[in-house]
Design a binder for this molecule. Structure first.
Ligand code: ADE
Length: 252
């Protein structure tokens, strides 16, 4: 997979060189190319923002540097991305925004199947709307929010999305079983986990986990998942009940 990440602070993306994603890059499983948006300006001050048309607070990112940067990505990635050229899918352009579609584990799974992802992190009050419209001629454009709160810019959202997507690529996580057992993999929160010692500061682990009875342990963990999801995330629990009912399974 090829990822291009654009920003006026591309240094934010340096954290992607650490840990598992750093290793995935070194192993050639993913290539992450960073771009400084200011390199695509043509004035002395390398200006990327301007006042909002129609008035209002803050500044808006100018469209031209973004268009040039994205054209550069298309030109340089064209030959680097497998299967690119006539007839292939366009790259996916993800524009982080609190006004976008909510990014979930399902989105991560879907995007993990793409050849080429481009992330355009805006600052200030956002990017001139015409960039997304123009980009639709060359990319599949996806404005994406990582939750109902406001960040100072899109970079932290990009890091979160890149991590959620790339850890699903084959070979990135040593034991692929851990992907199926975690929160959200099956629409429920994960069960609580424990390690040794069996009693720590007077607190024991649930007795059943010491029994060696794998069927009963699996049953216990499933019950814990349901209990936790019902308590912490009634929205997910309600969705789970509907899905179970549709699948014709008895709801406990
Ligand atoms: N930019 C600012 N806030 C954001 C959010 N919640 N998600 C994605 N991008 C953002």
């Amino acid at each position: 997979m090829r990822i291009d990440a654009l920003s006026i602070f591309p240094e934010f993306y340096d954290v992607l060189d650490l840990s598992l994603i750093g290793r995935a890059q070194r192993d050639g499983l993913v290539e992450i190319v960073r771009h400084q948006l200011r390199d695509f300006t043509d004035d002395k001050h390398r200006t990327v923002d301007d006042t909002p048309v129609g008035g209002g607070a803050g500044m808006v990112m100018k469209p031209e540097p973004w268009a040039r940067a994205l054209e550069h990505v298309l030109e340089t990635a064209g030959s680097a991305v497998e299967g690119s050229g006539d007839g292939s899918r366009p790259p996916v352009l993800i524009i982080p925004s609190p006004a976008g579609e909510v990014f979930t584990q399902r989105t991560a799974e879907e995007l993990a199947g793409a050849e080429h992802l481009v992330f355009a992190a805006g600052r200030y009050e956002g990017i001139d709307q015409r960039v997304a419209e123009w980009a639709g001629e060359h990319f599949e454009v996806r404005p994406m929010s990582i939750g109902d709160y406001v960040l100072n810019g899109g970079e932290v959202a990009v890091i979160a999305m890149v991590e959620a997507i790339t850890r699903l690529l084959p070979g990135v996580i040593g034991n692929p079983e851990s992907l199926t057992e975690e929160s959200h993999a099956d629409g429920l929160l994960e069960y609580p986990v424990y390690t040794k010692p069996a009693v720590w500061r007077g607190r024991g682990v649930p007795e059943i986990l010491l029994s060696g009875d794998h069927a009963r342990i699996a049953e216990h963990r499933r019950a814990e998942q349901l209990r936790r999801t019902r308590r912490e995330r009634p929205d997910l629990y309600a969705r789970h009940l509907v899905a179970e009912e549709q699948a014709g399974r008895a709801v406990r």
